[in-house]
Design a protein around this ligand. Structure first.
Ligand SMILES: Cc1ncc(COP(=O)(O)O)c(C=O)c1O
Length: 379
């Protein structure tokens, strides 16, 4: 018999119209994937990654073990050196995914007695890592530096000698917006706190990430780069000091107790980085984002959108039913725009999340926004 409590939880999801399911359709116009640069569909990247494995005699299917046991083949060291170089970081440590990287970092680094201050909208992987840590954790209001500042002051008053970690994202996955990273760095420095930035949705959208664009990489304690978004493949890296890398290799359980990534995965990351490096400064995605923003202005619906310069543009439509209805309507017209429901976002802030890509045409953007207008203006 299926446990009653679990059955009730599923029923509750159905009642709230928030039940999730796994759909497969590849005939839709993509406004939902994280493949911002089209790398996931790139035949050139596929072929180059394959060729690299053949040229390096890496004709194997699996890593055979954890990196601390039999899984640390030479491509790992080569790729980590390359990532440190590209990202202007002392070290890089690869993880099997962004989820694992955040779990591995936050569960092992902050110690009992330490404080973690994290943005209230931080990704689930950050919050799950924090839950596994022995440190005390407090949220600060989304992108609110005054709130962060007063929490830092209060924490320093009571815990003058303890380590404080401040955690945020350079581009938020649900809102697409960004904190004032330079000002945040000043505040954390003032209180001798360590700043940790998840760059999952900034890498590739803003070249090698916003921290690097702002040239503050040397002042940040750790950066998390994930390769399943604009890089179009899979995996992640923590960019940090040599000391922190050594610490994670020794104490980060999601790093230690798992089979290492396959040579195929690493080869894809390597080739995707080469492509990103040669595409640096390309304005294509930025032009698409600017076109989308000017179109919502022109159609008079920008007031429903969260202000964002990134590839994530979210239109608030409160209510799970309402946002699902409009998403279905767009789907009937072949547009794949995902509804983001509560409890993933706070109740009343349900939204349609448009993810923009280099391959979205102006015509597609115009058509999808005109359809959206019919709905938001009549509701
Ligand atoms: C901000 C952020 N961090 C981490 C992750 C997890 O990355 P991955 O998909 O590689 O596990 C995501 C993915 O949605 C994310 O949006």
């Amino acid at each position: 018999m299926f446990p009653d409590k679990l059955h009730k939880k599923l029923l509750n999801r159905i009642e709230n119209r928030s039940l999730r399911g796994l759909a497969t359709r590849d005939d839709l116009i993509d406004f939902s994937s994280n493949d911002y640069l089209g790398f996931a569909k790139s035949e050139a990247i596929f072929n180059k990654a394959h060729q690299y494995l053949l040229d390096s005699s890496l004709k194997v299917n699996g890593a055979t073990g954890s990196r601390l046991l039999s899984g640390n083949y030479s491509l790992y060291n080569e790729l980590e050196a390359k990532l440190s170089n590209y990202h202007n970081s002392e070290s890089a440590l690869l993880f099997n995914s962004g989820y694992n990287a955040n779990l591995g970092l936050f569960s092992s680094v902050p110690q009992r007695g330490d404080i973690i201050l994290y943005d209230e909208y931080a990704h689930a992987s950050i919050r799950d890592g924090i839950k596994l840590s022995n440190a005390k954790a407090y949220k600060f209001q989304h992108n609110n530096l005054d709130d962060l500042s007063s929490q830092l002051e209060r924490s320093r008053e009571f815990f003058s000698e303890n380590e404080i970690y401040v955690v945020t994202e350079s581009v938020f996955s649900m809102d697409g917006d960004s904190p004032d990273l330079k000002a945040m760095l000043q505040i954390t420095k003032k209180h001798k706190a360590h700043l940790i930035i998840d760059e999952a949705h900034a890498l590739g959208v803003f070249d090698f990430g916003l921290i690097q664009q702002l040239r503050i990489e040397k002042d940040v304690f750790a950066r998390i780069m994930t390769f399943g978004k604009a890089l179009g493949c899979h995996g992640a890296a923590i960019l940090a000091s040599n000391q922190l890398k050594k610490y994670l290799i020794n104490f980060s359980r999601p790093f230690i107790y798992t089979t290492a990534m396959t040579p195929h995965s690493l080869s894809l990351i390597k080739v995707a980085y080469n492509e990103l490096n040669s595409a640096k400064g390309d304005q294509k995605l930025e032009n698409i984002i600017q076109f989308f923003k000017s179109k919502i202005d022109e159609l008079g619906v920008s007031k429903y959108f969260i202000n964002s310069n990134s590839a994530i543009q979210s239109c608030i439509i409160s209510g799970n039913k309402e946002v699902k209805d409009i998403s279905n309507l767009l789907l009937q017209n072949s547009f794949d725009v995902k509804p983001i429901l509560s409890p993933t976002v706070p109740e009343g802030e349900e939204r349609l999340r448009f993810c923009l890509h280099i391959y979205n045409t102006k015509e597609e953007i115009t058509n999808v926004l005109e359809l959206l207008c019919n709905f938001v203006k009549t509701n």
